[in-house]
Design a protein around this ligand. Structure first.
Ligand code: KG4
Ligand code: ZN
Length: 347
């Protein structure tokens, strides 16, 4: 089944063609990052308008890349939530209308299920059951995954998501949005031992996270460093703070992942979402997994952040199990992943 995947939940327009037998045939992404940069974060109305501008040209580009035409497409998968409602509606209405015009089925995909299944697009995919750490700009969750749609939430952030913490810390240091990759780059020149950052909630039992205290600690550290240097944040201080902050987030996530592996007895650990592109996190979790005689899985960096391929893949699995979106075009800005049906199960 050749599936066209459409992702428009936030500030990236992603399109891909995935075939269950031939694999990924084409994939393209347009990032709105530059447009939102001057506002220091995503402006929802601008995001929706830009998806409208970019989506159809991207669909054409991906078809050309794959040597296919729209008449070859057998089904359409679009992100139906969670995300920005206006942005989601662009993908949902384009996807649904296209499916209607081509007389083919469509399905609405859960964005985080897309992230969760992205490592399945790699050469050595994980097998069920596994523990997954979902770390994106809006989510930080530990989930037990027994199959597609069989999700049990083990723990989550009580306040900011890990990606959000990276973005906010970056802003405090005068870096652009999204801050995650910029903090990681700056941290390469820094010494994390220059500061002692807290590892929030790791001394308590359980698998929940909290990053708001770390955010305040970072703000205080940045301000103190500025004050000590005539109001300017020195380059080396910024690099040291970035390194100490990154270490604190990585270590906090690693402690909880280790605990989740121990509690569930699972031998596969999957990390997904934008923050899973972080090199230090991958290295640290690989060490943890080995200590627990487990294996770590993740997607290539381009498929950790938002993309169309993960939506085409997840949609293809659900379409092949017989799932169909109704003709009503809907999107859900809030949509807990545990509400999803197991594959093939009627709602
Ligand atoms: O999954 P994603 O592309 O979008 C959401 O669904 O939110 O995740 C974006 C988040 C941003 O907060 C960004 O700063 C973070 O992922 N991120 C990173 C890295 N690359 C992206 N955080 C840390 N290190 C990175 N290398
Ligand atoms: Zn995402």
């Amino acid at each position: 089944m050749l599936v066209l995947g459409i992702e428009t939940s936030c500030d990236e327009t992603g399109v891909a063609l995935y075939d269950n037998e031939q694999g990924l045939l084409g994939d393209a992404l347009y990032s709105q990052v530059k447009m939102h940069a001057e506002y220091g974060g995503v402006v929802p109305e601008l995001a929706s308008r830009d998806h409208v501008r970019k989506l159809v040209p991207l669909i054409r580009e991906v078809c050309n890349q794959a040597g296919k035409t729209l008449s070859d497409v057998e089904a359409i998968a679009y992100t139906a939530g969670p995300g920005l409602i206006g942005a989601l509606m662009v993908g949902a209405s384009t996807g649904r209308a296209l499916a209607l015009a081509l007389n083919i089925p469509a399905v609405g995909v859960h964005h985080m299920e897309g992230h969760l299944l992205a490592p399945m697009l790699e050469e050595n995919p994980p097998s069920f059951p596994f523990v997954a750490l979902l770390v994106s700009g809006g989510h930080t969750q530990l989930v037990r995954v027994d199959g597609i749609g069989e999700y049990q939430l083990l723990g989550e952030s009580l306040d900011d998501a890990a990606g959000e913490a990276f973005d906010k810390a970056a802003k405090m240091m005068g870096l652009d949005y999204p801050g995650g990759p910029l903090i990681a780059k700056l941290a390469e020149k820094g010494y994390s031992s220059a500061y002692t950052f807290p590892r929030p909630m790791t001394d308590r039992p359980g698998l929940d996270f909290s990053f708001s205290g770390l955010k305040t600690f970072t703000l205080n550290t940045v301000e103190a460093a500025r004050k000590a240097n005539n109001g300017e944040l020195a380059e080396q201080d910024a690099a040291n703070i970035a390194a100490a902050f990154e270490d604190a987030v990585v270590e906090t996530l690693a402690i909880k992942c280790r605990r989740a592996l121990q509690h569930t007895g699972m031998k596969h650990l999957v990390i997904a979402g934008g923050v899973s592109a972080n090199k230090k996190l991958r290295i640290r979790l690989d060490e943890i997994a080995k200590k627990e005689r487990s294996t770590l899985f993740y997607a290539r960096p381009a498929f950790c952040t938002d993309n169309g391929a993960m939506i085409a893949y997840a949609g293809c699995q659900r379409l092949m199990a017989g799932e169909r979106a109704s003709l009503t075009i809907t999107a859900q800005p809030r949509w807990p992943m545990e509400q999803l049906n197991a594959l093939g199960e009627k709602s």
